[in-house]
Write a protein that binds this ligand. Structure first.
Ligand code: PEP
Length: 255
């Protein structure tokens, strides 16, 4: 059966000292409550990956993610970080196609396909983000947009290549806005995403694919969101920067 997962995407926040402190606080709080029935993934900025990996690598159910990777395998691309480099730093996952990358760095589907190719070649699992804009929903095109985002990227790969892939449904209108999708809207979208995956890869693959909700998910609303049958956890931005909030979300996912 599919895993429950909570991912903390810190984006471009925290100094190294703050990042270490945050992780230490999260681990302390979780140790106090015993083992947790949910995977926890930390996605710190690239330069802190090593330090965070040192803290979590020996812990059960704790994993490291890169927030992004280069579409290139290696070479003269100043400032870029390859999937293989992140793998050598302990990453298990790479977030691909976050709406901020799509919007601010103009990442198109062709780029995302290249990044997933690098990711899987480095034996890493993609956390693939999709989500509609407010205007798409207002014009009733939200299902169509999601289907297009998934079919034009993820469905270009084989089931073997996408083994254990995680999908994050993140409506753009809810990211960092405090405007969380209702549990009903989120469930409808997750069920729809699972049906797209099922059509291409079959029921077993779809049932084993974790689909996370992201978008102003916090300690107060995560319990209800995670109670929905097709919501297997969360991709958390702002609330993952505060240890107590992140731990509450993890507990809500595990229970
Ligand atoms: C995100 O950026 O992936 C995200 C979900 O952010 P937030 O939780 O802050 O809305």
């Amino acid at each position: 059966m599919r895993k429950k997962v909570v991912v903390g995407n810190w984006k471009m926040n925290k100094t190294k000292q703050e990042a270490v402190q945050l992780t230490t606080d999260v681990l302390d709080m979780l140790n106090n409550t015993g083992s947790i029935a949910c995977d926890v993934v930390f996605a710190p900025p690239f330069p802190f990956m090593d330090s965070i990996n040192d803290l979590i690598s020996a812990k059960n159910g704790m994993f490291l993610a890169a927030q992004d990777c280069s579409k290139h395998e290696k070479g003269s691309f100043t400032g870029e970080v390859s999937a293989k480099i992140t793998q050598s730093m302990g990453a298990n996952y790479i977030i691909i196609g976050h709406s901020e990358r799509r919007a601010f760095f103009k990442e198109d589907n062709a780029t995302l396909i290249e990044k997933i190719t690098r990711c899987t070649a480095a034996q890493l699992v993609p956390i693939f983000c999709c989500g509609e804009e407010a205007a798409d929903r207002e014009s009733g095109k939200h299902l169509e947009v999601i289907e297009q985002q998934i079919s034009e990227v993820l469905l270009c790969f084989s089931a073997q290549e996408l083994n254990n892939v995680i999908i994050a449904y993140e409506p753009v209108w809810s990211i960092g806005t405090g405007n969380t999708a209702s549990p009903e809207i989120a469930q409808e979208m997750h069920q729809f995403i699972r049906s797209i995956i099922e059509k291409k890869f079959g029921e077993e693959f779809a049932n084993n694919t974790s689909i996370l909700y992201g978008g102003s998910c916090n300690a107060a609303n995560s319990k209800e969101l995670f109670s929905k049958p097709d919501i297997d956890g969360g991709l958390i931005g702002g609330a993952s920067l505060v240890a107590q909030d992140f731990v509450s979300i993890i507990r809500n996912c595990a229970n």
